[in-house]
Design a protein around this ligand. Sequence first.
Ligand code: GRF
Length: 212
Amino acid sequence: MNKSPLAIAVLGSGKGSNCQSLIDAIAAGRLNARLVGVISDVENAYILTRARQNGIAAEFISAAPFKTKLEGEAERRYIATLKAWGADVIALAGFMRIIKPGLLAAFPNRILNIHPALLPAFPGVEAWKQALEYGAKIAGCTVHVVDAGTDTGPILVQRSVPILDEDTPETLHARIQVEEHLAYPEALQLIASGAAILKGRRFYFRGTATPK
Ligand code: GRF
């Protein structure tokens, strides 16, 4: 018997190309899930347009008065909406706010993020630019569980790209985004299929290694 598809809600502040990669992976049968809704803290974010174009519930919910975090009344409104949609998993996709304990507790180990660097290197903002300026030769992306730290939670999937001599921040970010659009559906399918098992801060995948 088929398990019912994983109910994913997406939070994003920007253009939503990762959200699009999830929509496309579901349509292609690579991700056994459904997108139950998209919330943005930016009223005119293109991620909301994409969701609406695909018949997915899309809501702007202001996170004011805070500028960089989601807390207080705004956090309560996010939680209520996500619960009303029946979300199993929350996928952060370019959501430019720090997730605080209220939302973490509402979805324990069920909030994922995609970060444009090979963590634990280069946490924080504009990670691709950090990697380029540091002089690293390999960059990439990481899908991880969100915990109380900044980009510190257990890692599900990583994909790498070379950093080329002629790279600018823009060309490097574009190369990383190609891999992001593969990594996020792959990570969510590992959750959807029940293959991903978290022991401590390590993920093991059923059918590969046995967790100790
Ligand atoms: C991605 O690079 C992601 O890694 C970072 O924010 C960006 C979002 O891009 N967290 P998009 O809005 O999904 O196109």
